[in-house]
Write a protein that binds this ligand. Structure first.
Ligand SMILES: [Mn+2]
Length: 356
């Protein structure tokens, strides 16, 4: 059994949540490396098994740790699962409630009459908050690819280009460098569009001289996600937006300097937010300061008001922003690794005011 599975089994035993059904495919990937689309993993008191259908049998057998048994789904999922649990003398099953619809839970309840089902917390996600060495290496790589994409964009962006042209270029760049895809639809927001934090990149709108240009992007590299935002200026700078930029940059820098093990996400969020509030823009910073990222683009911990403490080897984003409707918005986002004494900023792209 690999280290991640061993650790999970210990936690589940301590919490009295065995046997535990992992149905979240990202959690399954984390625990076994499986990248397919149909699987269930049961961590039992004595042994564990991986259930999938014939499409994945050969592949799964080739990647499973020796002591996790492959179980081929025969009639249907519930029949196979119930039979396997009964063989092991189990009469209960704890299910990841976040990854199952109410419909599937009720369906399982009605079909697996001899097993008591309990909704359970997402223990794997908790474990995923703190990254191991292999994960940190991949996140570092994903961040580096994104930095090189920023450089590429700086040399390429010209007034007259469509926002869409830039988004397509980002996607092409990532794929050429070994990424399966982007981590999310890239946000390329020019001019007043930048005041919408989750703007939808336009296929018609052209970049014009004098525009502010907010680009939020990330790649999906060997399972791991990067996330970075830079706000650029096209040809010249609107002084109103430059003012926003300086406030956001100061807030972001202060937050980066405050990251360390033990600080709560609420305190950290407050470090950036207080600066923005003090400058009079509090009502224009509506979202939280950041989020964890890894196999998912958004995962625990949420970096927002609350008392979750940061721990060494968490990877989070720090991304304050100010959005003035009708004028424009500025966001600056980096990925950071929490270290023993503070943090290491994984995305290294310049944050100096940049005119393209
Ligand atoms: Mn983000």
């Amino acid at each position: 059994m690999n280290k991640r599975l061993k650790k999970l089994r210990r936690t589940l035993a301590k919490k009295d949540l065995l046997p535990y059904l992992v149905s979240d495919l990202t959690n399954i990937r984390y625990l076994t490396g499986f990248t397919g689309s149909y699987a269930a993993l049961v961590i039992g008191g004595r042994d564990s098994f991986f259930l999938s259908d014939s499409r994945y049998e050969e592949y799964v057998r080739s990647i499973l740790p020796r002591d996790v048994r492959f179980v081929l789904q025969k009639v249907d999922f519930c029949t196979t699962l119930e039979a396997e649990l009964k063989t092991r003398g189990e009469s209960a099953l704890y299910c990841e409630k976040h990854s199952m619809s109410l419909a599937s839970f009720m369906d399982m309840k009605s079909k697996m009459k001899r097993i008591r089902l309990y909704p359970a917390e997402d223990v794997v996600n908790e474990q995923r908050m703190v990254k191991d060495g292999e994960e940190i290496a991949l996140l570092r790589e994903a961040a580096a690819i994104t930095d090189s994409c920023v450089n590429h964009l700086k040399s390429l962006i010209r007034p007259g280009m469509l926002e869409w042209d830039i988004a397509v270029e980002i996607e092409y760049f990532y794929r050429k460098r070994g990424c399966r895809r982007t981590s999310f639809d890239s946000i390329v927001a020019s001019g007043a569009g930048s005041s919408m934090p989750h703007y939808e990149t336009s296929m018609e709108k052209r970049i014009r001289p004098g525009d502010v240009l907010l680009i939020d992007m990330g790649c999906h590299y060997r399972g791991y996600n990067s996330d970075l935002t830079r706000t650029l200026f096209v040809n010249s700078i609107d002084p109103a937006v430059e003012k926003l930029y300086r406030v956001v940059q100061t807030a972001q820098q202060a937050a980066l300097e405050a990251v360390r093990p033990g600080i709560t996400t609420g305190k950290l969020d407050g470090v950036a937010r207080n600066i923005i509030v003090r400058e009079g823009y509090g009502q224009f910073f509506g979202h939280s300061l950041g989020h964890g990222l890894g196999l998912d683009i958004h995962e625990l911990p949420a970096v927002k008001a609350g008392d979750v403490k940061l721990r060494k080897n968490m990877v989070i984003t720090i991304e304050p922003g100010i959005y003035l409707p009708g004028t424009g918005g500025v966001r600056i986002e980096d990925m950071v690794l929490v270290t023993g004494g503070g943090c290491e900023v994984l995305t290294k792209s310049s944050k100096d005011i940049t005119i393209v």
